[in-house]
Ligand binder design. Structure first.
Ligand code: GUN
Ligand code: ZN
Length: 431
């Protein structure tokens, strides 16, 4: 067993933050071979219970759950910052040509390594990520994640139409490849598989039907896709699937809406779509830096809270502009605040942080496993240094309460805050 003494941030079941200025986090072996949080709370209350345990004292530091990135594209690591006139030209001109390179495993492997290094440097310990349509791109990423002991969920992209040579797959083969990858990787250690139709316009009905059949056959496998990101995309989806009530309803029609289904963006929704999200247990991956960069629109937090469906935060790199959860949380604040095209809300810093940790875990059906530091959670956690920059040190010294502290970190923070990252209770290496 090993204990850490520092300020400690956790979340209660209702999403509010629990904060100890002088806290103790005790890590020990779980029953399944992973390391788990054994106790967490005030140093003064807990330390007498563990007299023999070695304690590392980290004065001035903050222990916090590792962040979860609810939607990201590992093969788009080098696509970040490619400007375009919106989503569809961006896909055509930058993204598809780049993803075609991942047909070569010798190309995919090193990018997988850079991607995981970058996530960890920024304090992200679990991504739900797209690979490309090439099965070997999944193998490359899963193998890298496995060697580091990471909890990671990924899937081979399904796109058998409206996609150029080099990334387009073939219906029957794509479904057989998906099933083979599920059997190879899902549940291996902390790895999970996600059935990954790129978005309805890039998939034939047969491919979507097959994806839905796999989703029914493997109910604890995840599903990930995109929906209602951009008005041109919505129009196109409506033309291709004229009988569906809405773009989102296309996925429902093929059995692709259920718990553990995560849809990126969810911007251009009506209340029936929101109710469909709520009633099926699907979750939205809110991707604010991407939505601002590609000019897609603003996620309606008021609508999501009013109707009551699950959501959490995501980078959506490479449409998104940063791997940093701090940048994503700040962009989410901007998006929430926007009040001209939808009701504007001021998201609290506790809520923003929750959306990237315990809230994202709930969206994945992994509450109590990751995204929190309550007893029983897996030991993926961060040591943050709130004095990492001169301006942060000044701001933090003047913070009068938890909200002011967390807001200072969200507005001024980046990878410099992340002093150490623990994966399964061990310092993350970059091998
Ligand atoms: N819609 C379909 N594919 C993509 C993608 O790669 N990125 C984003 N942001 N939207 C998509
Ligand atoms: Zn995306």
């Amino acid at each position: 067993m090993k204990a850490y003494r520092a300020a400690l941030l956790r979340f209660a079941d209702d999403g509010s933050a629990l904060y100890e200025e002088d806290g103790l986090l005790l890590i020990g072996p779980g029953t399944d071979g992973t390391r788990r949080v054994r106790a967490a709370g005030a140093w003064s209350a807990l330390s007498p219970n563990y007299p023999g345990v070695s304690v590392e004292h980290l004065p001035g530091r903050l222990l916090a759950p590792g962040f979860i990135d609810l939607h990201v594209h590992f093969p788009q690591t080098d696509v970040i910052g490619s400007p375009a006139d919106g989503l569809l030209p961006w896909l055509e001109n930058y993204t598809f040509p780049h993803e075609a390179r991942f047909a070569d495993p010798a190309y995919a492997g090193p990018v997988a390594k850079v991607f995981l290094d970058e996530l960890l440097r920024n304090g992200v310990t679990t991504p739900l990520t797209f690979a490309t349509s090439h099965p070997a791109s999944v193998d490359a990423l899963m193998a890298q994640a496995q060697s580091r002991g990471l909890r990671l969920i990924a899937g081979k992209v399904l796109q058998d139409r409206h996609s150029p040579d080099g990334v387009r797959d073939e219906t029957e083969r794509s479904l057989a490849d998906t099933e083979a990858l599920i059997r190879r990787w899902h549940g291996q250690g902390r790895l999970g598989y996600a059935i990954t139709p790129r978005f309805a316009p890039s998939c034939t009905e047969a491919q979507l039907r097959g994806a839905g059949e796999l989703a029914a056959k493997y109910p604890d496998v995840w599903i990930q896709s995109h929906v209602a990101e951009n008005r041109d995309e919505v129009r196109w989806a409506r033309e291709l699937f004229p009988h569906a009530r809405s773009y989102l309803a296309v996925y429902e029609g093929f059995g692709l809406m259920r718990e553990r289904a995560v849809y990126a963006h969810c911007i251009h929704f009506d209340d029936d779509d929101r109710a469909l999200m709520r009633d099926t247990g699907a979750a939205a991956a809110v991707s604010p830096t991407s939505n601002l960069f590609l000019g897609s629109g603003f996620f309606d937090y008021d609508g999501a809270q009013r109707v009551g469906f699950r959501y959490g935060l995501a980078s959506d790199v490479g449409g998104g502009t940063s791997f940093s959860p701090f940048h994503t949380m700040l962009a989410a604040y901007y998006v929430g605040r926007e009040g001209q095209t939808k009701p504007g809300v001021s998201l609290s810093p506790q809520n923003l942080w929750w959306q990237h940790t315990a809230g994202a875990a709930q969206a994945l059906g992994l509450e109590g496993v990751i995204g929190n530091l309550q007893p029983g959670c897996e030991a993926d956690f961060l040591v943050l240094n709130p004095q990492a920059t001169p301006l942060l040190a000044r701001k933090v010294a003047n913070a009068r309460n938890l909200d002011e502290l967390l807001f200072s970190l969200i507005v001024l923070g980046d990878d410099r805050l992340v002093e150490r990252v623990y994966v399964d209770g061990m310092p993350a290496d970059d091998s």
